[in-house]
Design a protein around this ligand. Structure first.
Ligand code: PLP
Length: 456
């Protein structure tokens, strides 16, 4: 077989891809006839494909390339670490410098008493860890019946059996026997779609109190934890009304329930602070991290846990761990990524400069006839598409999936935006410049026009 490189014609690469590669979350027939777009390189916020097109990546890959593409420093950190110590594990009383240094750095950056890190290879694995960890925590504290974890419908916490069960994606639960027992879901704080006649504040309280009702129904002595994303990402960038989180925090404290903040998307500057929990004033016992931890340059995830949880877990043998927990190359790359985020003041820029600029431009998209609301926190935002803004109406099912069509138009216009039903979402690299934000907005407007034309 001839070597398969960037130099092969696109059609040949696509044919090989279609023949042998199963894509995640993709109906293979979607690709029939056109093939998958072949990405061959990237720099800053721009991707390049095998046809030489330059595409603005307003999703930072999968919400992860926070420092942008093409940073040689990370490649060099990886190469250095591979030469020095490419692999060793952290089981059985051993450790290594990259894991030590990254853990100390994360303890410094994380809020409150979150000072201890358990590593995984991804966000899904870290949430699997959390599920076992909170159950073990209560068992070790003499309350072995405190085992149920409450989550939210339309949450995304990963794709493994455990994390997919923690998530509330009905399409995922329909396959492969999810959710596993001991996981319950309450409704999400999505006012636009589900708020009816309530004000956002009334609705936020109502949704928070569903958690309280669910704890009462199950029995407080059986509930281990509540897990939630500070801002729901894959569910459509759902920003809860202001009344929601203070009430949730009150309920978790009063009912002696651990709170797990899934910061896999919100962490590392995405919301304009290091963590979404700081932006929204949350006090988690555990935070799940991944993605922006290494800006996606290496697969790595982790749970950052409080002193109180670490004391209990550290004093029993927690029979859990992954071959790649604390992988030295991933840790070295993550450290270099954190150095860049910090030294280049990227998080500060999102909070004070480019974030507010993006907000102003993004919110102006509500002038488009099809955009009912624009929600944005830092550098994650969503647009609700609607045929009737005042009624907050969804598109009729037979209008086709307008979000899908708009996303296709974005793709054709060299802009990566995603859709979740009729919500269009963005999460660009945090280093996006104001000029690039203008390009993003221009291409989004044009794609909205074309998406709307396709519905009519
Ligand atoms: N948690 C959240 C909030 C996520 O958005 C994701 C991925 O998108 C995950 C967990 C799972 O992370 P991974 O895909 O690294 O397993």
């Amino acid at each position: 077989m001839q070597p398969i490189t960037n130099h092969l014609p696109t059609a040949e690469l696509q044919a090989l891809d279609a023949a042998h590669h199963i894509h995640p979350f993709t109906t293979q027939s979607e690709l029939a006839g056109k093939g998958a777009r072949v990405i061959t390189g990237a720099r800053g916020v721009m991707l390049r494909d095998s046809e030489g097109q330059e595409i603005l990546d307003a999703m930072a890959g999968l919400w992860c390339v926070n420092i942008g593409y093409g940073r040689d420093e990370l490649a060099e950190a990886a190469a250095r670490q591979m030469r020095e110590l490419p692999y060793y594990n952290t089981f059985f009383q051993t450790t290594h410098v990259p894991a030590i240094a990254l853990s100390a750095k994360l303890a410094e950056l994380a809020p409150g008493n979150l000072n201890h890190v358990f590593y995984a290879g991804s966000g899904s694995e870290a949430n699997d860890t959390n599920l076992r960890m909170v159950r073990t925590y209560w068992a070790e504290r003499g309350k072995p019946e405190k085992q149920v974890v409450i989550s939210r419908w339309n949450a995304y916490h990963g794709s493994s059996v455990g994390s997919g069960s923690l998530g509330g994606m009905k399409g995922m639960h329909a396959q492969g026997g999810l959710p596993i027992p001991g996981i319950e879901h309450v409704d999400q704080p999505n006012w636009w779609a589900e708020g009816g006649d309530m004000s956002p504040e009334e609705f936020g309280l109502e949704r928070a109190r569903q958690l309280e009702a669910k704890i009462d129904e199950i029995g407080e002595d059986r509930v281990a934890a509540f897990i939630a994303e500070p801002v729901q990402g894959a569910g459509g960038v759902i920003v809860a009304p202001d009344s929601y989180w203070p009430e949730v925090m009150r309920i978790c404290r009063e009912r002696d329930i651990l709170f797990i903040a899934d910061e896999v998307i919100c962490g590392f500057g995405r919301t304009g602070e290091w963590f979404g929990s700081q932006t929204l004033d949350l006090t988690p016992d555990i935070m799940t991290i991944a993605k922006g931890l290494s800006s996606g340059y290496q697969p790595i995830g982790a749970s950052i846990v409080s002193d109180a949880v670490a004391e209990v877990i550290g004093n029993c043998e927690f029979n859990h761990g992954y071959t790649y927990s604390g992988h030295p190359v991933a840790c070295a790359v993550a450290l270099e990524n954190l150095r860049i985020l910090e030294e280049e003041k990227i998080v500060d820029r999102v909070r004070e400069d480019t974030g507010p600029y993006l907000r102003q431009k993004f919110e102006a998209l509500t002038d488009h006839p099809m955009v009912g609301e624009a929600k944005i926190v830092g550098m994650m935002g969503s647009l609700a598409l609607t045929p009737d803004k005042s009624a907050r109406a969804p598109f009729a099912a037979d209008a086709g999936t307008v979000g899908f069509m708009t996303r296709e138009r974005c793709f054709a216009n060299n802009l990566i935006m995603r859709h979740v039903g009729d919500r269009m979402i963005i999460s660009p690299p945090l280093v996006i410049s104001k000029t690039e934000i203008d390009t993003l907005i221009d291409r989004a407007w044009r794609s909205l026009d074309e998406g709307m034309a396709a519905v009519k």
